[in-house]
Design a binder for this molecule. Structure first.
Ligand code: ATP
Ligand code: MG
Length: 406
């Protein structure tokens, strides 16, 4: 490890800078956690908020690590996070033996924990929650110096944001629609094997708007294709509702896809020799319980264009037809891979407004994008890095499409 005094000054400096520039407590905490995790080389970190409407049950709204904590919660007094909230005293565990203390071992959604620091935070009026850091670099234990920085961060956040805006109700995940565990995907070309997904643990919740973000090549499209049954994982388990599809045959995947999933791509893939309405009707005939094609065109605001061929429509209009085509299946879940990448700003907003409407109607939407601004609309944002989930944010105040600017 680098000279630890230097490291501490750097981390404190970074946190100070973040907190003086932050406009909300959420932002102050989130950015500080990110800075400390990166300075200390921690393997994970999470911010747990007390849900005042539910006996101060602690729920996560932001975390870093290859795990899905969305549905995890702690009761005050129970486990390290719960104890720290109740006592308002930090806890440091540097040499944790998972074999001896099973309860703490599962604290970070199955990620083995050898070292942990939990710090309470408040806004000087009431106790708000707990910040948790898990495992130093290469699973090495934390030391007291870095634990001091973690405590100082929580205090600084509390002091700097004296006037805390009212906290929004915490977002509550719906039922789990899809469950992915330890999903890997390798591609073989001759003798060369490329590992693209390296162990993804993700749940998708009923009715949520989930945005997947990450650098080009990190595996977003590969993951989306597995979620949609267009591709199979090399290993791991994939469950849709109560159905285990981990070892599904091609035919079973085709059936799953046809009955439950709608797709939207960057290229609209409409049939050029069919009108907008005919493009929809073609799909409606293939499924059991379709939405009326005219209604689907109304949802996307194109009822007047139903007799137009794709070549007679703008890019944004064609993309809206392709959204309507996904809707016509009445799917439980819609998957969109960079649906606005080929569109200009104004047209993108039009398409995103339609997406917003789709989610409002109760459809689960998973969207891949490169556009950071679009993350503001999501209920949850999953950032991927090198084939794994790296960071998850739960937006407690999702923005409207019309609020986005780029
Ligand atoms: N069929 C395949 N055979 C070999 N390699 C593949 C295959 N499909 C994807 N890959 C590789 O897997 C990696 C991840 O690809 P993927 O398309 O999932 O990335 P992505 O995150 O969607 O990137 P982008 O943002 O550029 O769309 C890339 O390095 C890609 O070259
Ligand atoms: Mg892609």
């Amino acid at each position: 490890m680098e000279n630890s005094t230097l490291l501490i000054y750097k981390a404190i400096g970074a946190v100070q800078n973040i907190i003086s520039n932050a406009t909300t407590l959420d932002e102050a905490l989130q950015e500080s956690l990110k800075a400390i995790v990166s300075h200390s080389g921690s393997q994970g970190g999470a911010i747990w908020y007390a849900d005042k409407s539910d006996g101060n049950r602690l729920r996560p709204f932001y975390w870093i690590g290859p795990v899905d904590l969305t549905r995890r919660s702690h009761v005050p007094g129970d486990g390290s996070v719960g104890r720290v909230f109740e006592s308002q005293k930090a806890e440091r565990i540097f040499d944790f033996n998972p074999l001896e203390d099973v309860e703490t071992a599962i604290d970070f959604a199955g990620m083995p924990v050898s070292s942990m620091v939990c710090v309470p935070f408040s806004n000087n009026v009431e106790d708000l929650g707990v910040i948790q850091f898990v495992n130093g670099p290469n699973s090495e234990p934390f030391n007291d110096e870095i634990a001091d920085v973690m405590e100082i961060m929580a205090m600084m956040a509390a002091i700097a944001i004296a006037e805390n805006e009212a906290l929004a109700e915490p977002w509550q995940p719906g039922e789990i629609v899809m469950e992915l565990r330890d999903i890997t995907r390798e591609f073989q070309n001759g003798d060369i094997i490329t590992k693209v997904l390296k162990g993804v643990n993700l749940d998708v919740y009923e009715g949520e708007f989930l945005v997947l973000l990450g650098e080009s090549g990190c595996g977003k499209s590969t993951l989306l294709n597995i979620i949609g049954g267009m591709d199979s994982a090399t290993s791991g388990t994939f469950t849709y509702l109560d159905k285990d599809l981990s070892n599904a045959t091609q035919d079973e995947l085709t059936e799953f896809r046809r009955d439950n999933v709608g797709f939207i791509f960057q290229s609209y893939n409409l049939m050029p020799n069919l009108t907008a309405l005919q493009n929809l009707k073609l799909i409606a005939e293939l499924v059991e319980n379709p939405m009326d094609s005219d209604t689907a065109l109304e949802v996307v605001g194109l009822e007047e264009r139903k007799k137009n061929y794709p070549s007679q429509m703008s890019g944004g209009q064609q993309q809206r037809v392709s959204i309507a085509r996904a809707l016509v299946k009445n799917p439980k879940i819609i998957l969109a891979d960079e649906p606005t990448a080929a569109l200009d700003y104004a047209t993108s907003i039009e398409v995103l407004q339609v997406m917003e409407e789709v989610v409002k109607r109760g459809t689960t939407l998973v969207m891949v994008t490169h556009n950071e601004e679009i993350t503001r609309m999501a209920d949850r944002v999953v950032r991927m890095r090198d084939g794994r989930m790296h960071e998850v944010t739960i937006n407690r105040r999702p923005a409207h499409a019309t609020d986005l600017v780029w």
